[in-house]
Design a protein around this ligand. Structure first.
Ligand code: DAT
Ligand code: MG
Length: 150
């Protein structure tokens, strides 16, 4: 049934602003299954590794400083088409281009304070899940799934 897993994170600004619950709730309410959940305070090395594909960008040093400035909440979410759907639920990278109803469109304004991260492809999801959940995730059976999936 096209089940897949994605890596989502509430960034340091989302944690500071008390948005952990709201962000997680959106995925739970939609019917997706949380299979991994933990708080980590990333080192600068972890932040740089996470954003390695952006290392040539002029904003990279600031991005690494920001991402390691406080704890983040790491999530592994499972479900049908969740990589693409997760990105849509986040909104656009640029909050001002994000529609109301999306997480960034509802809760953020500036590009460098867009409160959440989501894997953008199956390849990045696999890579990021390996990086942030090296211990693996929880393969549990969600009893309500037969009321979510037909
Ligand atoms: P996304 O977080 O939507 O996957 P991305 O991977 O292109 O976007 O960039 C990662 C983060 O870096 C993004 O959430 C905010 C920051 N960022 C992106 N482009 C930027 C820019 N031009 N100036 C400053 N920060 C930027
Ligand atoms: Mg990205």
């Amino acid at each position: 049934t096209n089940q897949e897993r994605t890596f989502l994170a509430v960034k340091p600004d989302g944690v500071q602003r008390g948005l952990i619950g709201d962000i997680i709730a959106r995925f739970e309410k939609r019917g997706y299954k949380i299979v991994g959940l933990k708080m980590i305070w990333p080192t600068e090395e972890m932040a740089a590794a996470h954003y390695a594909d952006l290392s040539k960008k002029p904003f990279f040093p600031g991005l690494v400083k920001f991402f390691s400035s406080g704890p983040i909440v790491c999530l592994c979410i499972e479900g049908k088409d969740v990589i693409k759907q997760g990105r849509q639920m986040l909104g656009e990278t640029q909050p001002l281009a994000s529609k109301p109803g999306s997480i960034r469109g509802d809760y953020s304004i500036d590009l460098g304070r867009n409160i959440c991260h989501g894997s953008d492809s199956p390849e990045s999801a696999a890579h990021e899940l390996k990086m942030w959940f090296p211990e693996g995730v929880n393969d549990w059976n969600k009893a309500v799934d037969s009321w979510v999936y037909e």
